[in-house]
Ligand binder design. Sequence first.
Ligand code: XMP
Length: 242
Amino acid sequence: MGSFASRLREKAERADSRIILAFDPAGEYREVDRARELLSRLSDKVAGIKLGLPSLLAYGPGGVRRLMEGIEGPFICDLKMADIGYVNRLVAGEVFGLGFEALIAHAFIGIREGLGEVVELARERGKGVLAVCAMSHRGAEEYLNRHYLELAEASLSAGADGLVLPATFPELLKEARRRHPEALILSPGVGVQGSPFGSALRAGADFEIVGRALVFSPSPRERAEEIRREMGGWKGERSPRR
Ligand code: XMP
């Protein structure tokens, strides 16, 4: 079956895309069937699909299962988990049970009795864990982003499958990539948050997380195609290292 990272890269190559769609329901998409239509129209244009707490609250776990049914992911669950290991493990078990291939957890909780327990469960289930080491909003500079290198190092040593680092602070991406040439890096912050499409890839990310620019586009499929071209597809400016 391979690791989560290899499954993600395999889909990326097939879709010729480095876009991870971040879908968060608002407006018409609070209706699960409308959301399903959108995801089905975009799934072959993206490398993966990220859902989070807004979807779980809007549709409930059963609705999320229905949303994903028959649509090609891989699906990543972004709850930015940050509880003690025991609770994280319970939540991760539910998330993987719903059919998600990977989840996003905060690295700042630390490894022992924290992220480590999530990684352990993911290994047992053949799933992936992506660790948030820095964030894209301004407030992230106040505390979290000052520690991104320690967090990246600790997460990878603990066996996390990849890192989440912000496109809005490209110097962080560059430095993390320099130190971890082989790590899988996903980057939010392009589009509505202000960084140009493709900029995170050029700074060292493998994938760019794109939300509102696609979800609220009047023609999402055509927009995905434009963004994909701007990023350069899978074999664009940034060629795969493996
Ligand atoms: P857009 O493109 O709409 O994307 O701005 C919003 C989505 O991206 C997620 N997001 C982040 N996730 N670290 C994360 O792990 C971040 O720094 C970050 N910034 C945005 C957000 O949850 C939403 O799904």
